[in-house]
Ligand binder design. Structure first.
Ligand SMILES: [Zn+2]
Length: 402
C-alpha cells in the first residue's frame, strides 16, 4: 500500500505556504485523492498531497470535489456583456460572470463582422490580454460558409486571403490564438497553412465541406473542430462530411457544446468516447445572456431572443450560441452524458490548457502551476473559485439583468 508521501506531486522548494485547502477530494491528472490537500504559496500551487497537510492556515472544504480551474476556448460573453461590444464595462462583466462559475482561463470569441469592426473589437480586447484577464482572442469567422453560418451575419462573410489575414494578425499583435474557418472556401486551405505557420490555431467550423475538402486542411495544420455537430454539414453514413472526418482524425481536438441542447446526450457521449480524453474539449460558446436574465440580446449585429436560457435568432429561430457556463458543462458531461469525473476534468481544464499552449501554467492541480481551482459541492456546483491564489467573489451567484 502506498504511504502519504507517495502521493506527493512535487513541491515548490522554499515557498512559504499562504494557506492549505484541506479535506477535499482532490483531482490530480490520473486519480482522485480522498482526504487530499492543496498548499498555495504566492499565487501558485506549492504542493498537492493526501493525509496530514503541511503547516499553514487551513481552509477545510469538508469532502468537496476540488478540480482545476476551467479553461474555456470558445466564449462570446456573459453577465449581459458581449466580447464584440468594444465596451470595457461589458467586457469586464463577461469575464466576471464566467469566473464566478469557475472559468479561470478563457479566450474571447468574436463572431463575423467587417474587418474594420473586428479590428476595433480586438483593440478593446488586447488590453484584457495584456492584463492577463483573458488568454487571447478567437475569431469565429468571417471566413465561414454561408450555408452553415448559423448565428453569423451572412453579409459579413468573406473568402480568406493572405493580405486580410495578415492585416488581422498584425492588428492583434499576437492576441489572436484561434481562427475558425471553412476550408472549402476559395483560399481556405492556404489560409489554414498561413495561420498555423503564424502560431495561430486553425479550427474547422461553420463548414459545408466534404471529406475531400476537410482532409487537406488537416494536412495543412488545422487542429480543432469548432463545436462539432453545430454549424456543419450533418453526418451521413455514405458521406462522412466534417463530422465524421474531424471526429475520426487523431490530429483533431474536438470542441463540444455540452448544454444538452446543442447536442443530444447520447451523441455527446458517442463523440466524447470516440475522441477520448486526449481530444475532447468542452466549451460554452456562451453569449451575453449567460448568467443573466431571459430577454432580447444581440450577437454581433443580429438580434437574439433568450427564453428559459435557450438563445435563438429572432429572425430565423436558429440556435444562437448558448447560455452555458463551464460548471454546467462539467455537470452535464457527468450527469447527462454519464461520463467519468476525471474525463470531465480533463475536457474542461487539462486538455483545453494544452490546446492553448498554457499547460505549463494552468489546467492541472500540480506543484508549480497557477493556483487556479474550483471547489465543487455535492451537486457539482461551484462553492469556491480560486484564481492565481485569490478567491473569486460572489461565486455561483447570477447577475440579475432585464
Ligand atoms: Zn461561437
Amino acid at each position: 500500500m502506498l504511504g502519504p508521501d507517495q502521493y506527493m506531486l512535487g513541491c515548490v522548494k522554499g515557498a512559504a505556504v499562504d494557506f492549505v485547502i484541506t479535506g477535499g477530494r482532490v483531482t490530480v491528472p490520473d486519480r482522485v485523492l480522498d482526504d487530499g490537500w492543496v498548499a498555495i504559496a504566492g499565487g501558485v500551487i506549492a504542493e498537492v498531497g493526501t493525509g496530514a497537510p503541511p503547516e499553514g492556515r487551513q481552509v477545510d472544504v469538508d469532502g468537496a470535489l476540488v478540480v482545476p480551474g476551467f479553461v474555456d476556448t470558445h466564449c462570446h460573453g456573459g453577465g449581459g456583456g458581449s466580447f464584440s461590444s468594444g465596451d470595457p464595462d461589458e467586457l469586464a462583466h463577461a469575464v466576471r460572470a464566467h469566473r464566478r462559475h469557475g472559468t479561470t482561463t478563457m479566450l474571447a470569441s468574436l463572431v463575423s463582422d467587417p474587418i474594420h469592426a473586428l479590428c476595433d473589437q480586438m483593440s478593446a480586447l488586447k488590453e484584457l490580454v495584456e492584463d492577463g484577464e483573458i488568454a487571447g482572442i478567437h475569431l469565429e469567422g468571417p471566413f465561414i460558409s454561408k450555408a452553415r453560418c448559423g448565428a453569423h451575419d451572412p453579409a459579413a462573410l468573406l473568402e480568406p486571403d493572405t493580405a486580410t489575414i495578415n492585416a488581422l494578425l498584425g492588428h492583434a499583435r499576437g492576441a489572436i490564438r484561434m481562427v475558425t474557418l471553412a476550408p472549402e472556401l476559395l483560399g481556405g486551405v492556404k489560409a489554414v497553412r498561413q495561420l498555423s505557420e503564424s502560431g495561430v490555431i486553425a479550427a474547422i467550423g461553420h463548414t459545408d465541406g466534404v471529406e475531400e475538402q476537410i482532409l487537406p486542411a488537416i494536412d495543412a495544420g488545422a487542429s480543432v473542430a469548432t463545436h462539432l455537430f453545430n454549424g456543419m454539414r450533418p453526418l451521413h453514413h455514405r458521406e462522412p462530411g466534417p463530422i465524421g472526418t474531424l471526429l475520426d482524425d487523431e490530429r483533431i481536438t474536438v470542441e463540444l457544446i455540452c448544454d444538452l441542447v446543442h447536442v443530444h446526450p447520447t451523441v455527446l457521449r458517442l463523440a466524447a468516447r470516440h475522441a477520448g480524453h486526449g481530444r475532447t474539449v468542452l466549451i460554452t460558446d456562451a453569449m451575453s445572456a449567460t448568467d443573466a436574465a431571459d430577454g432580447s440580446y444581440r450577437l454581433g449585429t443580429l438580434e437574439v431572443d433568450v427564453t428559459e436560457g435557450v438563445a435563438t435568432l429572432a429572425e430565423t429561430g436558429s440556435l444562437a450560441g448558448s447560455t452555458l457556463t463551464m460548471d454546467a458543462a462539467f455537470r452535464n458531461l457527468v450527469r447527462g452524458a454519464k461520463l467519468d469525473i476525471l474525463d470531465a476534468v480533463r475536457a474542461t481544464s487539462a486538455k483545453p490548457a494544452e490546446l492553448l499552449g498554457v499547460a505549463d501554467r494552468t489546467g492541472s492541480l500540480r506543484a508549480g502551476l497557477a493556483a487556479d481551482l474550483v471547489v465543487l459541492d455535492a451537486e457539482l456546483r461551484p462553492a469556491k473559485v480560486l484564481r492565481q491564489g485569490k478567491w473569486v467573489a460572489e461565486v455561483g451567484t447570477a447577475t440579475l439583468r432585464t
